[in-house]
Design a protein around this ligand. Structure first.
Ligand SMILES: [Zn+2]
Ligand SMILES: [Zn+2]
Ligand SMILES: [Zn+2]
Length: 264
């Protein structure tokens, strides 16, 4: 199957609490480098006039305004942690503009959490005010087509929890993970652009570190690898200067053109 070229816009490159972090006055939280200001982690994938959002962070409203997103064709979720989910209600203005339902894709545990966190969206009761208009679609492990682009769920380990990243054409977005199973590594060959979790230098139970993700990047050998879900331990300029060639820190507002893949 051929894959269209796409553009990836980094809407947020920060860890769950964002950078700056509330109450912190460290060098990174008070840095004047705009790349050190990180909203919660999310990307927008754009191709052939379509916009697919990965995760709805608590910063979604700010992110959509900043990136000037005017329409949304689908949302896909990696997992149900608050930093990836709690902005879901912010899709309402897209509903107003588009006058239709927006499909949301999630695996079973994530969909169950969405139904629990936002019961008013799905209870079918008549409402006195506007609610998000969504169509739920379950991800069962198989690749699925969205407007001519195939999205492949890639199982990854986030501590003891299995969640998913996505491969689409020559790009893959693997946020929150501490480990990538070998069977998933096999799904990540021949990439142009790869996103990897790299929280900080010190070990963490549920997130990868800079050293660990550098090793993953070297093994997978994507043309370009970008670290995301970054906490305030990493100042952009210095941390990036220490990375090997072809490995970078993502930052909010970064836009990447990803090459298309011809069909077999
Ligand atoms: Zn997260
Ligand atoms: Zn700080
Ligand atoms: Zn998480």
């Amino acid at each position: 199957m051929p894959f269209p070229a796409c553009k990836i816009t980094v809407l947020g490159s920060g860890t769950s609490v964002g950078v700056p972090t509330i109450g912190c006055h460290c060098d990174v939280c008070t840095s004047s480098d705009p790349r050190d200001q990180r909203l919660r982690p999310s990307v927008l994938v754009s191709y052939e006039g379509r916009n697919v959002l990965i995760d709805t962070t608590p910063d979604l409203r700010t992110q959509a305004l900043r990136a000037k997103i005017t329409h949304l064709d689908a949302v896909i979720f990696t997992h149900y942690h608050a930093d990836h989910l709690m902005g879901l209600d912010d899709v309402r203005p897209f509903n107003f503009r588009q006058k239709g339902h927006i499909p949301i894709y999630a695996d079973e545990p994530t969909m169950a959490a969405i139904l629990r966190c936002f019961p008013y969206i799905f209870d079918g009761a008549k409402k006195e005010s506007n609610i998000p208009r969504l169509e739920t679609r379950m991800i069962n492990g198989a690749a699925f087509d969205l407007f001519g682009m195939e999205f492949l769920p890639v199982p990854i380990l986030h501590g003891s929890q299995q969640i998913i990243g996505f491969r689409f054409g020559a790009a893959a977005y693997l946020t929150d993970h501490s480990d990538i199973p070998e069977s998933s590594m096999e799904m990540l060959r021949g990439l142009d652009v790869l996103f990897l979790d790299a929280l900080r230098y010190k070990p963490h139970a549920t997130h990868s570190t800079v050293d660990r993700s550098v090793k993953t990047a070297e093994r997978l050998a994507a043309k370009r690898t970008f670290f995301t879900h970054i906490c305030h331990d990493l100042g952009h300029e210095r941390a990036e200067s220490l990375l090997p060639p072809g490995v970078f820190l993502a930052y909010d507002g970064l836009e990447l053109e990803v090459e298309g893949v011809a069909g077999a």
